[in-house]
Design a protein around this ligand. Structure first.
Ligand code: MLT
Length: 199
């Protein structure tokens, strides 16, 4: 799996970036640097190709998720995170995931469905993938997420469902409403930056 790693200051945040459909490992780096210019950055490229666009798991049309691929790719991503973290001497607990769209969706899936030590995430325009098979508590997780009322990809039901899943499992959820469709706005990034600085 392709990834980019840039070491930051020892006191900087450790940001783990997961891009949206059609992005790559460089897509969120500028945002990460804005969130914390001293951050260490680890950014993966999704291994699935859809008409030349990188993704983190397969789908059979818009929001028709391939759940077999989702589980396989979640395993692959977890293995990669474990291996790079070990190689670079970074504890899993130190990472803050920053995921957008498809990248936010696989991140939320991993947090909900796997016992995984990463505790913090900024999820830009995520949605529920409809999988809810676990019931272990997520009381150690702090999730900031943005939702837009007029998002053409993420319906209100799908974002509400994810928020409900996280809250039912006692995650601490901070929600930022936006009205810019599926786009990331400066307002969003500024709010996420404030939240991150208070972690
Ligand atoms: C997904 O496939 O994860 C969602 O539809 C979001 C996206 O298109 O990336």
């Amino acid at each position: 799996m392709h990834y980019l790693f840039e070491k930051g200051a020892s006191y900087g945040k450790k940001l783990l970036l997961l891009h949206g459909t059609g992005g790559d490992e460089t897509s969120l780096v500028e945002i990460a640097r804005y969130l914390d210019e001293e951050a260490t950055v680890l950014s993966f490229r999704g291994t699935i190709q859809e008409s030349g666009m990188n993704r983190f798991f397969k789908r059979n049309g818009l929001n028709q998720f391939d759940l077999v691929s989702l589980e396989e790719e979640s395993d692959r991503l977890i293995q990669m995170i474990l291996s790079v973290s070990e190689k670079k001497g970074i504890q899993l607990e130190e990472w803050v995931i920053v995921g957008y769209s498809n990248g936010a969706n696989i991140a939320a899936h991993i947090l909900l469905e796997r016992h995984f030590a990463i505790k913090q995430a900024i999820l830009l325009h995520p949605m529920s993938l409809g999988v809810d098979s676990q019931n272990f508590p997520l009381s150690d997780k702090k999730i900031w997420l943005s939702v837009s009322e007029n998002d053409p990809i993420v319906s209100k039901e799908a974002s509400d469902q994810l928020i409900q899943q996280l809250k039912n499992r006692q995650a601490t959820v901070t929600i930022m409403p936006t009205n810019s469709g599926h786009q990331i706005t400066m307002d969003e990034i500024n709010q996420a930056k404030r939240w991150l600085s208070e972690l």
